[in-house]
Design a protein around this ligand. Structure first.
Ligand code: 4AD
Ligand code: MG
Length: 453
């Protein structure tokens, strides 16, 4: 494999005959030599290359403008310049691909909105390089967390016929032309099919066989909400544990978020420092806080009381039986608790059919983890493992039991208490990097009216 700039910068001794390849960020010409700043995306830092006039290939130097690609061979030597350990004294230069003068990343300081319109080029900017390296490392950290704890990774289907969340925000998958409802049986799967909103139901079947499982994959929601924290396509992590109750579920959620914060502090230092400098001044301190302090836990009913007594005027009403809106979630975590907080035991009417009814017969064993800056990052629950209660829930949610026959079977054949949650990977990334719009932590965001690239 070729030497990446990250490897070169990590060397402890000078080295001759290095070959490095990348894109030119800037070029400065002096009398008799030029400086190139070369970046290959392997790390935030670029490498300063000193090109003396007359070396092989230097006749092409004027064509090495910002954005052009090049191969440089040379010797890695201690740099006299401040702030960098090494520089490369080029012995040979090769132009690979010129960049048209229209290259849109000429200057620093483009707005995030503008950079979204060039999503094919923005990974070459400092910010987006850092975001997508961090995304990659955290994807690895997710697997590491669960694999180390003997959770089995399950690939749940992307195409499904069941609406897990019952919210009806699903994208239809069809080969039919014309009126889709005229003869659904003639459709490809013999019935209406959709892109999944959650792998949970299928995940439960595997937990009821392999004990502890997790999924990690793309998830789709046709919510027409153009907010900074909703995407039509996002990645969800869904662990599910057999022989586990709500308490164990909340414990895992907290342990997981803490582990991701610790991993970012330990393994994404250079990029995290960049976020701390240019995106969110408090990000490192926040991550340390998350790692060190236990999350707060509060029942829904108490959370409603806190909000009602707060004296704060909210746009949406606060009352028992109503959903917590983003502004309420953020008030709880940012103003009141000043910490991540897990809200649990929600009214049964506002939660999906699969959640376990509590002994008060009013609330279900649901839990949401709320974090500062974002609000809900995790939604989970202990599942209803009692067949009669589950049937009753399905009836009250107007679901047809025959559509979920395989799901109810789990309650018929060796049912067990079990629990799990879903965590939106993009929201986790927003929380850990300080990037405030979900569109900027997805390589190619899918939002209402936008499927470019
Ligand atoms: O709270 P949700 O809807 O829960 C479920 O889907 C459960 N079936 C999960 C489970 O128990 N296995 O979604 C879970 C998380 C949310 O907390 C949020 O982080 C994320 O998924 N999420 C979204 N992220 C980005 N864009 C959207 N439109 C999202 N909708 C949910
Ligand atoms: Mg939720």
């Amino acid at each position: 494999m070729r030497t990446l700039i990250k490897h070169a910068l990590a060397l402890t001794e000078p080295k001759s005959g290095l070959v490095l390849k990348g894109w030119v960020r800037t070029r400065r010409d002096s009398k008799g030599f030029s400086f190139l700043e070369l970046n290959d995306g392997s790390c935030l830092s670029g490498l300063q290359v000193v090109v003396d006039a007359g070396i092989p290939g230097s006749a092409d130097l004027h064509r090495l403008t910002t954005g052009a690609s090049t191969v440089v061979e040379g010797n890695l030597v201690a740099s006299p310049a401040a702030g960098q350990k090494w520089e490369l004294r080029a012995t040979r230069l090769e132009l690979v691909g010129e960049a048209d003068p229209a290259y849109p990343l000429q200057k620093k300081g483009h707005t995030l909105e503008f950079l979204r319109t060039i999503a094919h080029l923005r990974p070459r900017s400092n910010l987006f390089g850092a975001v997508f390296r961090t995304r990659s490392r955290l994807a690895y950290a997710v697997h590491q967390f669960f694999q180390e704890r003997d959770f089995v990774y399950v690939h749940t289907p992307i195409i499904t016929a069941s609406d897990c969340e019952g919210a009806g925000e699903m994208f239809r998958v069809t080969t039919l032309k014309g009126n889709l409802d005229e003869n659904p049986a003639a459709d490809f799967f013999g019935k209406p099919a959709y892109l999944t909103v959650s792998g949970q139901l299928e995940g439960e079947t595997f937990a009821c066989a392999l004990s502890n499982i997790y999924t990690f994959g793309p998830t789709f929601r046709a919510e027409n909400s153009n907010t900074a924290r909703h995407a039509a396509e996002f990645w969800m992590i869904e662990p599910e544990m057999a022989f586990c109750d709500l308490q164990g579920d909340m414990d895992l959620g907290e342990e997981f978020v803490k582990a991701m914060a610790q991993f970012t502090l330990d393994h994404c230092q250079e990029d995290l420092a960049f976020f701390g400098k240019f995106v969110d001044k408090g990000v490192q301190e926040r991550l340390r806080f998350v790692v060190e302090r236990p999350f707060q836990r509060v029942p829904y009913t108490e959370a409603i009381g806190i909000l009602q007594r707060s004296g704060h005027s909210f746009e949406y009403p606060v009352d028992y039986g109503l959903n917590l809106q983003s502004e309420h979630e953020r008030y709880l975590t940012e103003q009141h608790f000043k910490s991540p907080v897990t809200v649990f035991n929600y009214p049964r009417e506002i939660k999906p059919f699969y959640m376990r009814l509590n002994d008060d017969a009013k609330t279900v064993a649901a839990m949401d983890v709320l974090v500062p800056g974002i609000g809900e990052i995790i939604g989970g629950a202990q599942r209803e493992e009692r067949l009669d209660h589950l049937r009753e829930n399905m009836r009250s949610h107007k679901l047809r039991e025959e559509d979920y026959w395989w799901y109810t079977d789990l309650r018929r054949f060796g049912t067990v208490p079990h629990a799990g949650f879903g965590l939106g990977f993009e929201r986790l990334l927003m929380f850990l990097t300080g990037v405030s719009n979900i569109r900027d932590v997805v390589p190619f965001a899918r939002t209402p009216g936008n499927a470019e690239f």
